[in-house]
Design a protein around this ligand. Structure first.
Ligand code: UD2
Length: 324
């Protein structure tokens, strides 16, 4: 039995990872400062995990959290392009200083491997599609810079200290438990919950921007594979995506059917720091991690819409009320 430390365990991706690690019969230790994570994401698994409320910026807490840990899945972050544009210092502290703390603690505790939630935003607006890992990065927003800087720290800890690290460049992960309530929330979580309430979603820009939207189960499986992949993946960076892109107008059309929304979409100004098109080449992850997408975009959307529908009936926690 292995012990996995998940940073940001109360977040959308962290809590999904925790469930998957428990399901495979391993131990979960989790830390979260509840800045964006939510206790209800851990509801039915709370008693099965060793949870510690702590900030990754607290090195002492990180040292303790890393004791006797085999794998660290580092998800804790302030994950938002527009938020980083408003508060670059806060983004840098959480997304860069926090990562260095995690790495120092993991190195000193001699953990076997650290898997990092990197971001497709590192590629920026380079015109070449699909994006592959050998392309020169071109980060646009402070968030993208911070995520890329953390990748470089991961790689440098492998080269300088022999700590095995793997960076997974997530491409717009979506699915159940993604918080739709903040202005910085992921577009699909916002659109789904707005449309279920019968409210018009807003497209920032012309709606032609496209993303390689990736269902959460794919990201979870990539993390578990990255822990167990052979040693030659250490120091590596891998795209985690589906290899297909969909634009916002098309996403809206698909969601209209799935949510029975009858209204229209509004348009607003393009967002600063926004990337126009994003699509991944996933061949490296397939070859070296044994990764393949297990849930496609439409299927993932169906599952996500159903989850928010039921959630609204269950608790209203996400303040979603479906139309009568
Ligand atoms: C970036 C990263 C993603 C992840 C994420 C974390 C890229 C390509 N992707 O996602 O991998 O790291 O950051 O936050 O850099 N939008 C609307 N209406 C809304 C909300 C968003 O039109 O109500 C647009 C937004 O302007 C953008 C697209 O939807 O063009 C996707 O936005 P997002 O916030 O869901 O994710 P994004 O691409 O910034």
């Amino acid at each position: 039995m292995s012990t996995y430390l998940i940073t940001g365990v109360a977040g959308f991706i962290g809590s999904s990872l925790a469930r998957a690690v428990l399901k495979q019969g391993d131990r979960v230790r989790g830390i979260d400062n509840f800045s964006t994570g939510k206790p209800e994401n851990l509801q039915e698994i709370f008693k099965q995990i060793d949870f510690r409320e702590a900030d990754i910026l607290d090195l002492d807490a990180m040292n303790k959290a890393c004791e006797s840990v085999d794998y660290v899945l580092h998800q804790a972050a302030i994950p938002s392009v527009p938020k980083s544009v408003l508060d670059p210092l806060g983004s840098n502290r959480a997304n860069v200083d926090g990562t260095v703390n995690v790495l120092v603690a993991a190195r000193d505790a001699k953990v076997k491997r650290v898997v990092y939630a990197a971001s497709s935003s590192a590629y920026g607006d380079t015109p070449t599609l699909p994006k592959h890992e050998e392309m020169a990065p071109h980060p646009l927003s402070p968030y993208a810079v911070a995520k890329l800087a953390s990748e470089y720290y991961m790689v440098s800890f492998f080269h300088c200290y022999g700590l095995e690290t793997v960076c997974l460049r997530y491409f717009n992960i979506f699915g159940p438990r993604q918080d739709p309530t903040s202005p910085y929330s992921g577009v699909l979580a916002k659109f789904i919950t707005q449309m279920l309430k019968g409210e018009p979603p807003t497209i920032f820009g012309d709606g032609e921007q496209s993303r390689d939207f990736t269902y959460i189960d794919n990201a979870v499986s990539a993390n578990l594979l990255a822990c167990k992949a052979p040693k030659n993946v250490a120091g590596g960076v891998f795209n985690v995506a589906t290899g297909r892109r969909v634009n916002l107008k098309e996403s809206f059309r698909i969601l209209k059917k799935l949510t029975d929304y009858e209204g229209e979409v509004k348009f607003g100004p393009e967002r600063a720091g926004d990337v126009k098109h994003s699509l991944a080449d996933i061949s490296n992850a397939e070859k070296h991690l044994g990764y393949r997408p297990i849930v496609d975009f439409e299927e993932g959307l169906k599952k996500t819409v159903e989850w928010y529908r039921v959630k609204s009936v269950d608790s209203g926690r996400w303040s979603v009320v479906t139309k009568p």
